[in-house]
Every structure is written in C-alpha cells, then in structure tokens.
Design a binder for this molecule. Sequence first.
Ligand code: NAP
Length: 245
Amino acid sequence: MVRDRVALITGASRGIGRSIALALAAQGAKIVAVDVDLQVTEEFVAELKAAGTDAIAVQGNVTVTADVEQMVKAGKEAFGRIDILVNNAGITRDGLLMRMKDEDWDAVLDVNLKGAFLCTRAVSRVMSKQRSGRIINIASIVGQMGNAGQANYCASKAGLMGLTRSNARELAVRNITVNAVAPGFIATAMTDALPEDKRLALANQIPLARLGSADDIANTVLFLASDNSGYITGQVLGVNGGMYM
Ligand code: NAP
C-alpha cells in the first residue's frame, strides 16, 4: 500500500506523529522524521532502523523557512523523492480570550498553520515534478466545534481545514491529494493525567464511549496515504468516536 513510498512527518518523534511514523514504517514506507529535538529524533530513527525501516532524522522547526527547505532537501538527497507529507507538528498555548497574550496567539498560529503552509509549499514543488503525492494535515475536532480557552488553537485548526481545501483544489491537477484528519480527544500523557471522574465525564460525551488512541489516528493517516484513497481530496475526516458529526 505504501511500500517504498517516502513519508516526511513533522513532529515525528513523540505522540501521534510517532504512531503515524510507526504505522507507515510497518507497511514498508521510508521515513523522514522531522522534529525540533535532534537527539530524541535520532533515538527514534535508530529504533526504526533496528526494526528494518529506511529512515533519517532531520532537526527542523516548521516555522522557519530555511529549516523547511533543508528538511525537504535532506529527504530528497536520502531517498530521491517525497511521496507523503504529514503536517503533524502542533502546539497549544491555552488561555481565556480576554487574557490571551499576543505571543500565545502568534506562537500557535505560527506552528499549527504557517508551519503546515511552509511544509506544503516546499514539498508540493517536489510532488508536482513527480506528478503524484499525498498531503495529510492533522487538524482537530475543536477546529470544528470550538473550545473555550483555545481561541488560538481552534482558529489555527479551522484555518488548517481551509488550507487543506484550497491546496486540494490547486494541486489536484498534479495528482496530489490533500486531506485533513480531525482527531477528537485522544489518550495521551496529558489525558492520562486527568482524574478518573474527568476522564469519565469526557468519555460520556462520546457516542463510542472512550477516548481515541494515537493508533486510531495513525490508521486513518495510513489509509489517506495509500492508493486506496486515490479519489478522496479536500476532505476533513473526523476520528472522534462520533463526538462531532
Ligand atoms: P505532542 O505529543 O506534543 O507532539 C507534537 C510534536 O511536534 C512534538 O514532538 C513537538 O516537539 C513537535 N513540534 C512542536 N513544535 C514544532 C515545530 N515548530 N517544528 C517541528 N516540530 C514541532 O502532540 P500530539 O498530542 O501528538 O499532537 C500531534 C498533532 O495532533 C498536533 O497537531 C495536535 O494539535 C493534534 N491533535 C492532538 C490531539 C490530542 O488529543 N493529543 C487531539 C487533536 C489534535 P517538542 O515536544 O520537542 O516541542
């Protein structure tokens, strides 16, 4: 399905990005793992290589144009092409609207939205020459529903969905599909730390009555990265247990 395809994943060494990299690697993809912390990324790539995956670690900040150009160059030099881009790097800087600092607004919009724009712009040049590609943006359910205390984050993720649709229309002529995955509440270190009653209250709002897992997201990305999704573009696929429909 994705055997020998080259996948560049941002924010690859932790959390959901790591699960996405592992899922693509398990199906034979070659991995360009991008993250801000080189040591952690190199350790992850060593794990991938030990399991037989072709992979490289690239240190890069998705908000810096020169870093983005460098990560794409490194991927091309190592593997000759880039078939799959997963814009996964993301941050939160939560706070109530009236107290939100300018720098918290800017930081979140920079990483979550501008970062995806910069990476897509750079990778789409490579994919355009190849006349094929898959771009998958990791958005969020709160970009669809809103969430008190997350004006910056919700705006960035809603913007990412608009970017997805616009890029899908522009790049279709080059046989490049662009889709977004909008995760609901995913069990992570953050949600693990919640008291049991809070976790239950959260699960009660979800028709499937459980938090999602990073693997739920990774499996959806795997589908969108594969040949099986060739006629799907410009879509936002909710992976949220039915919490938003
Ligand atoms: P995470 O564990 O914090 O991982 C995010 C990764 O992105 C980290 O490795 C982080 O590196 C990296 N990163 C941050 N800023 C970066 C930058 N400027 N350039 C390159 N890499 C950068 O987050 P996660 O929970 O796995 O989330 C992954 C994606 O899913 C995000 O886009 C998030 O918004 C989205 N999402 C998550 C959930 C959830 O419940 N977890 C729900 C909906 C959507 P450092 O840690 O070293 O800074």
